[in-house]
Design a binder for this molecule. Structure first.
Ligand code: AMP
Length: 372
């Protein structure tokens, strides 16, 4: 789940693989039932968009059938041109056959009309139309559609075979057009003591971003003895993570308080996969996204030393006891470190050597920030 860029436009996730799969299963069930007395129906996919749909449909269709493709109109840009550009015809003899057209999407119905016209003189026994997606609001034709997978509003969609100006067909899910993100949002990542807080302050000033440290917000609440503080205290004192629900709600509030920010540096958040997912979804609802995770890489032994040293002046009880520090690393290694994979899977992970002087490290991080 995320915002992606194709050519000059941004798209956000819209219909999941699971929803697509369920819709196809429904179409297969309906057609199988309706065609149970038909001897070998012929399924015809409309290229290019339908290739994934046809492949998945046919895989699920368990009775004998034939498969063919025709090529008709395609989209150019985000608007249907409404013009049929070419036809790579069917070679099969269609006389007396039951033909089921498999379309990826029907919107205005122009392509559908062409299909009906082409099949008019083919003497087929019956012609049925199945479409994975359908836009009822823009469909203008009085033509029958026999099977509809998922009706959608009039939004431009891409993925699962559908393209935007040639690209995006390989996406496993369906994305829809969205506005260009305005913020620069960065997750500053690294184990306890890596220097996230120090660097976040440098980078906040340099890039005019809002710095949110969940640890700081918790400490502020503990100091002021708020309800949230009381809740978080026992977890923090032992070096355990505060429960996700509490942390996520708090983070959302902090973001919403600063809705006019140029962007955020998230420091100490997300720390679990469910926090990362919640953050993605939350930002996506605002048409925003995480630009990247920037990680400070430092070895654990060096960090324990640093934290004990910091504990002498920071006043943080969780910095003063080696067993609590070790526990924070256990939490980090079991729940947080996997987030590297989470962001790497989205091509958003950028590591930097976290050993060196403060300005040296700021410089390393800045080089990454500049590119995001
Ligand atoms: P930090 O200042 O980032 O080292 O955080 C100090 C402590 O605050 C952690 O050991 C946790 O107990 C709690 N905490 C901070 N951020 C989170 C988070 N994202 N999820 C859960 N607990 C957190």
């Amino acid at each position: 789940m995320s915002i992606i860029k194709l050519h000059d436009k941004y798209f956000k996730s819209y219909i999941s693989s699971k929803q697509i799969d369920e819709a196809i299963q429904k179409l297969v069930d309906q057609t199988t039932e309706d065609l149970k007395d038909v001897d070998t129906p012929l399924f015809i996919g409309i290229l290019n968009g339908s290739f994934m749909f046809v492949a998945d449909f046919i895989r699920k269709y368990n009775s004998d059938c034939e498969v063919s493709f025709v090529k008709l109109a395609s989209y150019e840009g985000t608007n249907s041109t409404g013009k049929i550009k070419q036809l790579v015809g069917v070679n099969e003899n269609l006389e007396g056959r039951t033909v089921v057209i498999l379309e990826d999407i029907i919107d205005t119905g122009n392509t559908l009309q062409e299909i009906y016209q082409i099949f008019e003189d083919k003497k087929v026994k019956q012609l049925k139309i199945a479409t994975l997606f359908f836009k009822p609001d823009v469909f203008k034709k009085a033509l029958p559609i026999d099977y509809i997978g998922i009706p959608i509003p009039d939004k431009f969609i891409v993925g699962y075979g559908l393209d935007y100006d040639g690209i995006g067909r390989n996406l496993e899910e369906i994305y829809q057009l969205t506005t260009e993100p305005k913020m620069k949002n960065i997750v500053l990542f690294g184990p306890p003591g890596a220097g996230k807080g120090t660097q976040a302050e440098m980078l906040r000033d340099k890039y005019q971003l809002k710095h949110i440290s969940t640890g700081e917000v918790f400490r502020f609440n503990i100091k002021n003895e708020t309800e949230l503080g009381k809740l978080a205290k026992s977890y923090m004192d032992d070096g355990n993570l505060v429960p996700d629900e509490v942390t996520i709600n708090m983070l959302k509030e902090e973001v919403d308080k600063n809705s006019d920010a140029n962007g955020f540096i998230f420091d100490g958040f997300p720390r679990t996969e469910s926090q990362a997912k919640a953050l993605d979804q939350f930002l996506e609802e605002k048409g925003e996204r995480i630009n990247g995770m920037v990680a400070l890489e430092v070895s654990e032994d060096l960090l324990v030393e640093r934290l004990l040293e910091r504990g002498k002046t920071s006043g943080r009880s969780d910095d003063q006891d080696e067993s609590k520090i070790r526990n924070r690393f256990v939490e980090y290694n079991t729940k947080t470190a996997i987030l590297k994979d989470y962001y790497q899977a989205q091509n958003k992970y950028f590591g930097a050597n976290g050993v060196g002087s403060i300005p040296e490290i700021t410089e390393r991080l800045s080089q990454i920030f500049d590119k995001l």
